[in-house]
Write a protein that binds this ligand. Structure first.
Ligand SMILES: *[C@@H]1O[C@H](CO)[C@@H](O)[C@H](O)[C@H]1NC(C)=O
Length: 338
């Protein structure tokens, strides 16, 4: 049955207003304290959200102070840098992964350890089918449908989860993330899908006199060409950015959804541990810290930005500015934008 256009529009408006109301409500309430059944304290499990805001355990407190600092900074930055509250629709919640068993919501950001976090969430939601995150192949972790996203639920069900679950996100220095996306998608020979889909277009538009082979394969895009593609107004007019270079601000709506924990790639291990502890699974599950060199690529951006003119550096910085401001990343020293 097809709804007439009007009807759909009306429905969308209704859904929209529900969202605004509830998200606003959410921002002025704190979660209710956990119900304790005094006789059997071992059985009264608090939700992660309750543990975070009513935590008594000593060992949690130092970690919590730094998480609280980030939360407050984010809130403050949202207040000073966003003008209007936008309306969220279920479509905006496709990056929010839900774990009903442990009352968790995770917004995944590509190039910020998201494969490992998806693996962990698959273990958590698998009812024992998986126990070791690293036993799950990376491509399996990215199969749509292996994990549930918030966008799949009805509006009341979405709002209930937003109110009661621990919402967390992991972020990274925006330009380190961008360079990581470029290197992964454009400098590795196996990523032919990205070369075809984006590389050929980038070369057609941003390389003067390209040779036919490059036009056909799209496999040798330079970082400079990639940057030109990003700041070209046509790019975002035609379609949204691919999630690997889309801004966290756009992927996860951190000024509309009040994240309880903002984890950082730069402190991935302790921050992940803190989330697993809040979820009460720290004894059975360890966050996989892959043997791969996550640390050595910490300074890639400086190297790649050397070849970018200050004109394009400025444009690119403006484009990613919110991600710098909201998550307390300072303007990189290597930029020539002053
Ligand atoms: C923000 O970043 C500065 C400089 O790196 C740091 O000193 C400060 O502690 C950070 N603030 C929070 C709340 O994380």
């Amino acid at each position: 049955m097809r709804m007439p256009h009007r009807g759909r529009l009306f429905l969308a408006t209704c859904l929209g207003s529900l969202f605004v109301l509830v998200l606003y409500f959410q921002s002025i309430t704190k979660p209710e304290p956990g119900v304790k059944t005094g006789s059997r304290p071992g059985k009264s499990r608090r939700s992660p959200l309750q543990t975070l805001y009513n935590g008594e355990q000593q060992e949690l407190q130092a970690a919590q102070r730094s998480l609280q600092g980030r939360r407050e900074l984010l809130e403050q930055a949202c207040l000073s840098h966003t003008r209007k509250r936008r309306v969220l629709s279920p479509e905006d919640l496709k990056h929010l992964i839900v774990d009903d068993k442990h009352s968790l919501i995770y917004c995944y950001v590509p190039k910020v350890a998201c494969t490992n976090w998806k693996r962990v969430l698959m273990v958590l939601t698998s009812n024992g089918r998986y126990t070791d995150p690293l036993a799950i192949p990376a491509n399996e972790a990215h199969v749509a449908g292996n994990l549930r996203t918030l966008s799949e639920f009805s509006v009341p069900e979405i709002n209930r989860r937003l109110r009661n679950y621990l919402k967390f996100i992991f972020v990274r220095d925006p330009f380190e993330r961008l360079v990581s996306a470029y290197r992964n998608k454009f400098t590795r020979s196996y990523n032919t899908a990205f070369h075809k889909r984006y590389g050929t277009k980038i070369i057609r538009r941003h390389r003067p006199n390209p040779d036919p082979d490059a036009l056909d394969k799209g496999s040798d895009v330079s970082f400079r060409e990639f940057v030109q593609y990003l700041v070209d107004p046509r790019t975002q007019r035609e379609e949204p950015f691919n999630e690997h270079w889309e801004r966290v601000h756009t992927l996860c709506h951190p000024c509309l959804i009040h994240y309880d924990v903002v984890g950082k790639y730069e402190t991935l291990e302790p921050d992940s541990e803190a989330v697993l502890r809040l979820a009460g699974v720290e004894e059975t599950l360890q966050f996989p810290t892959s043997g791969k060199s996550t640390r050595t690529d910490g300074n890639m951006a400086a190297h790649f930005f050397k070849g970018i003119s200050s004109f394009y550096q400025k444009k690119l910085f403006n484009m990613y500015r919110m991600d710098f401001l909201l998550f307390n990343y300072s303007t990189p020293e290597y930029l020539r934008i002053r």
